[in-house]
Design a protein around this ligand. Structure first.
Ligand code: DX5
Ligand code: ZN
Length: 223
């Protein structure tokens, strides 16, 4: 099956955010990935709920918001009100993961957990009934343009199995270093949503459609 593509606006032109979102939407993006960083949980600062709210009128595609902030709880409602469709949080971003996921669910949107390269997969089991998305980081979070960590591939396969055994409809998203060369490997391992910043936004708006299609078609090369 062909994967869904989630361009990360971390790699967009920050002076033209609305145009960039419309351009990747028209170029075939399945959702828009918004990387929120606080300079504390990760060593970089990006944007907050205000940007999500500002972008909301410019696309009907789901806004896939990746919160790299700690503590996260106080900000969940802001992002939901701003128009996020999926909120994905890191288990390390608060003292009570279960409570944070309850909060997201109570606000009526999809909830996900994001696992850093060294976060044990065992964190998934106690909350698997509460989540709609599992995001496996294939780089350490904080920056775009980093190299894909090959050693994460067996974890993608293991999470894919966990999801299948759960019988639940949970998307398996991968984030970091995804490009036409790495996409077939993650798809073969079971990923079905590919986040890509550099690989989508390189070359500017006239290249977006081909960039997105190249990632999607990588599914056909999956071995
Ligand atoms: C990294 C972010 C990623 C980032 C990926 O912390 O979570 O979403 O935008 O960027 P690329 O695709 O350039 O590796
Ligand atoms: Zn991300």
């Amino acid at each position: 099956m062909l994967p869904q593509i989630a361009p990360s606006i971390l790699a967009a032109d920050y002076a033209r955010f609305a145009d960039e979102v419309r351009a990747v939407d028209e170029a075939g993006a399945d959702m828009i990935h918004v990387d929120v960083m606080d300079g504390h949980f990760v060593p970089n600062i990006t944007f907050g709920a205000g940007l999500v709210k500002a972008l909301r009128p410019h696309t009907k595609k789901p806004l896939d918001v990746h919160l790299m902030i700690s503590p996260v709880d106080a900000f969940i409602e802001d992002f939901v009100k701003a128009g996020a469709d999926i909120l994905t949080i890191h288990p390390e971003a608060g003292p009570h993961l279960h409570r944070s996921l309850q909060t997201i669910a109570a606000l009526g949107i999809k909830a996900g957990i994001a696992l850093n390269p060294a976060t044990p997969l065992s964190v998934i089991e106690p909350v698997i009934e509460m989540i709609d998305n599992i995001m496996l980081m294939t780089v350490n979070p904080g920056f775009g343009g980093q190299s894909f960590i090959e050693g994460q591939l067996p974890r993608i396969a293991a999470v894919s199995q966990m999801i299948e055994q759960s019988g639940r409809k949970i998307t398996l998203e991968v984030d970091g270093g995804i490009a036409a060369d790495t996409a077939p490997k993650v798809i073969a391992a079971g990923a079905n949503v590919l986040v890509a910043g550099t690989a989508v936004f390189r070359g500017g708006p006239t290249a977006y459609q081909a960039n997105i299609e190249a990632l999607r078609q990588a599914g056909l090369k999956a071995v």
